[in-house]
Design a binder for this molecule. Structure first.
Ligand code: FAD
Length: 463
């Protein structure tokens, strides 16, 4: 039977497209070769966040005397239990997705999808059986995989990507991380808390180069204070083996350096997964492995769409899901609730970081007449009560009418706080719109409203 939509890849892009397509009355088949939930649920967002919680608990334990609790300083770490907890979280979420997809009548096929032509997909099932599924529309949602740079020694034992490191059985005594982007820095925080000696190597002059400079500078200071070694403007040239250890050979501005470690995480970016899809066969245009799409997520082949990491967009789970929802609405001819301009992003490190809209550097580059205001969590009652007064909320508005155009947060629950900023930017709210909305006390949200009020010099707890 011909399907309205056949989706290849069951990550946050693909499974959301499947559910939305079925909600709108479509007959949908979803082909997934590994596990539902894709990278995000199985080897990405969720397992890392489960481990971030371990890091947070350890950090609370280290400062436990501040809360007047004594006698539990000699804790030890049970890696098997950490892995079991992480897997339980994953299993619960993957099971939930299976239930929802089934409830909406989505046909789920476990196997590998290949596009035979623009109206026919072949699924090679894990059982070995092959099936051909006629399709009115095809969505490619095959995600991305870790990029392996051509560094000599990259395939040595002990050199791994986030996929493998997530299943650690022992905590490495010394861990090198090649790449100071979001994934590298989250792993640095996790393994530093677990007790590894962590050294980060970053080619760019700063870690997390796209962040507002106020945040990246403070974060670098805070990570160094926690004992993480950060080498910026440093290119790794080789990984060698020596006396049972791995040696990172790198070059910084002053010359060559060598650092001995036990394991190496390679986190220099992610490459779209396009192998085996037969994209050349059906003539789909690529740009450096990224599937090219128009603003309807349609490729140059009519009726074939590509969403999520595979089209090389923002490579975030919520962006993939948003694209999945939008593309299902486009295909099913339903109103599209789409707005690609305002996408928050978060870094789950201590202190947590989140950002939406433009940075101060971008405002300068674009010649925008802008204002900034900052409110420190150290003056916020809730943050102080929680024992987490580090960090701040920084807002950027247009100079003339105080319309919010950027929000950058470093501090407790920054990832949960960013959405008020996203809502403000998307709806073109001004400082007055936010300041006239009563915020509950004592909450972390008060730090946002105070930062906003600072734009018009009306903040109450700031001079
Ligand atoms: P994926 O989630 O990669 O799913 C693609 C699926 O397609 C996979 O399940 C794969 O098995 C399947 N597939 C591939 N080829 C075929 C084929 N031929 N046939 C059948 N199936 C196929 N993003 C966030 O927003 N927040 C975070 O905190 C976050 N943390 C991350 C941490 C790590 C360590 C990593 C690696 C990523 C993280 N990300 C995070 C990014 C996020 O995981 C991705 O942006 C998101 O998963 C992309 O979704 P997707 O649906 O495009 O692809």
């Amino acid at each position: 039977m011909e399907k309205d939509i056949v989706i290849i890849g069951g990550g946050p892009g693909g499974y959301v497209a499947a559910i939305r397509g079925a909600q709108l009355g479509g007959k949908v088949t979803l082909i997934e070769e590994n596990a539902l939930g894709g990278t995000c649920l199985n080897v990405g967002c969720i397992p890392t966040k489960a481990l971030c919680k371990n890091a947070e608990v350890i950090s609370t334990l280290k400062n436990i005397e501040e809360f007047g609790i004594k006698g539990i300083e000699n804790y030890s770490i049970d890696v098997e239990k950490i892995q079991e907890r992480k897997q339980n979280v994953i299993d619960q979420l993957v099971g939930g997705i299976h239930t929802v997809l089934s409830a909406y009548g989505v046909e789920i096929l476990r196997g590998r999808g290949t596009i035979l032509n623009k109206n026919l997909v072949k699924a090679t099932l894990v059982t070995g059986e092959e099936r051909e599924i006629p399709a009115k529309n095809i969505i490619i949602a095959t995600g991305a995989k870790p990029t392996l740079p051509p560094i000599p020694g990259i395939h040595l034992n002990g050199v791994m990507t986030s996929n493998e490191l997530l299943s650690f059985k022992e905590i490495p005594k010394r861990l090198a991380i090649i790449g100071g982007g979001v994934i590298g820095i989250e792993f640095a925080g996790i393994f530093n808390a677990l007790g590894s000696e962590v050294t980060v190597f970053e080619f760019a002059p700063s870690i997390l180069i796209k962040l507002d400079k106020d945040i990246s500078k403070r974060l670098t200071t805070s990570l160094k204070k926690d004992g993480i070694k950060i080498n910026t403007s440093t290119g790794v040239e080789e990984i060698k083996e020596s006396n049972g250890s791995l040696v990172i050979v790198a070059k910084d501005k002053k010359g060559s350096i060598e650092v001995e470690v036990d394991q190496v995480l390679v986190s220099v970016g992610r490459t779209p997964v396009i192998e085996g899809l037969n994209l050349e066969g059906i003539g789909i245009e690529l740009d450096r492995k990224r599937i090219q799409v128009n603003d309807r997520f349609e490729t140059n082949v009519k009726g074939v769409y590509a969403i999520g990491d595979v089209n090389g967009g923002m490579m975030l789970a919520h962006e993939a899901s948003h694209e999945g929802k939008s593309v299902a609405e486009i295909i099913m001819d339903a109103p599209v609730s789409e707005d690609r301009g305002v996408v928050p992003s978060c870094i789950f490190i201590s202190p947590e970081i989140s950002t939406v809209g433009i940075t101060e550097e971008e405002a300068k580059e674009q010649g925008i007449d802008y204002k900034t205001s900052k409110f420190m969590f150290g003056a916020n009652g809730k943050a102080l009560s929680m024992g987490e007064p580090q960090g701040f909320v920084k807002v950027i508005s247009t100079g003339e009418n105080n319309r919010i155009i950027g929000v950058h947060i470093m501090g407790p629950h920054a990832a949960d706080l960013i959405h008020e900023g996203a809502l403000a930017i998307r709806n073109q709210l001004t400082a007055d719109d936010i300041a006239s909305t009563i915020h509950a006390h004592p909450t972390l949200g008060e730090a946002f409203v105070e930062a906003v009020m600072g734009l018009t010099n009306e903040a109450i707890h700031m001079v």
